[in-house]
Design a protein around this ligand. Structure first.
Ligand SMILES: Cc1cc2nc3c(=O)[nH]c(=O)nc-3n(C[C@H](O)[C@H](O)[C@H](O)COP(=O)(O)OP(=O)(O)OC[C@H]3O[C@@H](n4cnc5c(N)ncnc54)[C@H](O)[C@@H]3O)c2cc1C
Length: 382
């Protein structure tokens, strides 16, 4: 990689990727699926679990579509082909002292297209914004094989309805993403963590007093009786901020290991919890207003996003109580992991209000009028 006079990073072309021929074959594949009434399952690197994956349909893999299309470090924008591994994007950004602000939860091999399609953001989200806030533009194919571009490759891009953001969390339902343009952020000079021994109620009370949004805080998580506060910025400010909070300062490697483990869910909290009273445990994600009180449902809870996300181990039978609690606190609940396919479908279908479901169906109809992409992934085909 080399920089030209405009400080644009010129990326060496990937020799074994013939974009034009590949695009044509992908379009033909979609058109023939429409013609033959086939179903297609869009895939990045296939790293997602099978639990909430739909297995019907032939695989339409984007894994070969790799490479950096354009990277403008001075403009804090990168455009990447969808099949590029996120780890490779992070490596290239790190060379310029930059990073993805939404701290994506990853598994080995996750692609940037799959990550955008999943739309998840890690513990940095309340302080640096969600994945969709960093998504500036996309290039994609729709269910007719049309090559579409939405949004742009610049940060100042505010004309009209922001269709590109619809693709964050679209789960491959609207069509394959070919390229994504993302805003990136500079790596902080230093990032440190202090750990305070507090129960959940005291941790939530402290989280409410701390500033959210851009600033010194970059993570606030409570797990196993400890509150982890991460601060990012200059040496002096971070030191002063963390000293004010008290607690025990973590060594650099322990701090990094904790946040990676929590973001990528390799922390021991996320290991399947033992069955209780013969009922196997499921991992639930409850999104609520950050100031919501401590949950008294389930066997174990971790607090993420400075109070706005509660990870809960509870059996399937706890779903009605979880849903009621989440609704009462302005949020919703998702069955995250370790459920059966049937359980995931039950929760998914009960999760959406009819009016929202109608909006989803209408958007799907516009992008995929023949319903060839992932039928049944989110709602029963019309
Ligand atoms: C701890 C952990 C657990 C996870 N568990 C699950 C889980 O249970 N279920 C789950 O779905 N994910 C799960 N994920 C997310 C997943 O493993 C990957 O992080 C993410 O899916 C990206 O991987 P991938 O590129 O291989 O995408 P894939 O796994 O191939 O695809 C993921 C989704 O994105 C869509 N997609 C992929 N590429 C594109 C594209 N170019 N255009 C449009 N749509 C696309 C697919 O249709 C699919 O819906 C988990 C992640 C972590 C960190």
């Amino acid at each position: 990689m080399s920089k030209n006079q405009n400080n644009t990073c010129a990326i060496a072309p990937i020799e074994d990727f013939d974009g034009a021929a590949w695009l044509t074959s992908l379009q033909e594949r979609i058109r023939s699926a429409v013609h033959l009434g086939q179903l297609l399952r869009i895939e990045g690197n296939g790293t997602r679990g099978q639990e909430h994956g739909v297995t019907a349909g032939a695989t339409l893999s984007l894994a070969a579509c790799q490479g950096i299309v354009q990277y403008e470090p001075d403009d804090l924008v990168i455009t990447v082909r969808a099949g590029t591994p996120v780890a490779e994007v992070q490596r290239i950004l790190a060379l310029q002292g930059q990073m993805l602000g939404f701290e994506p939860p990853l598994q080995a091999g996750s692609t940037i297209g799959g990550t955008v399609a999943l739309g998840w953001s890690g513990p940095r989200r309340p302080f640096a914004g969600a994945l969709r806030d960093h998504l500036l533009g996309v290039r994609m194919l729709d269910g007719l094989g049309r090559d579409l571009r939405f949004g742009g490759q610049v940060v100042k891009n505010v004309a009209g309805f922001d269709v590109a953001r619809l693709m964050a969390g679209s789960l491959g339902l609207l069509g394959p993403l070919l390229e994504v343009s993302l805003r990136v952020i500079p790596c902080p000079a230093v990032e440190k963590t202090t750990v305070l021994a507090l129960d959940a109620a005291a941790a939530l009370a402290l989280m409410q007093r701390l500033p959210t949004g851009p600033g010194l805080l970059s993570g606030a998580v409570h797990v196993d009786g400890s509150l982890y506060l991460r601060s990012a910025g200059s040496f002096e400010c971070v030191d002063a901020f963390l000293r004010r909070q008290g607690g025990t300062l973590l060594e650099q490697h322990s701090s990094e290991a904790f946040w990676q483990g929590f973001a990528h869910q390799t922390h021991r909290f996320f290991f399947p919890s033992a069955a209780r009273h013969g009922q196997p445990m499921r991992l639930w994600r409850v999104s609520v207003r950050p100031g919501s009180p401590v949950m008294d449902i389930g066997a174990a809870t971790a607090i993420d996003w400075a109070g706005a996300v509660r990870w809960v181990w509870a059996p399937m039978s706890a779903y009605p109580a979880l849903k009621q609690w989440a609704t009462a606190h302005g949020g919703h609940v998702a069955l995250w992991r370790h459920g059966t396919r049937q359980e995931h479908e039950t929760v998914l279908q009960a999760a959406m209000a009819p009016v929202l479901l109608d909006v989803h169906r209408r958007i799907k109809q516009v992008f995929d009028p023949h319903g060839i992409f992932h039928p049944g992934r989110m709602f029963a085909p019309c």
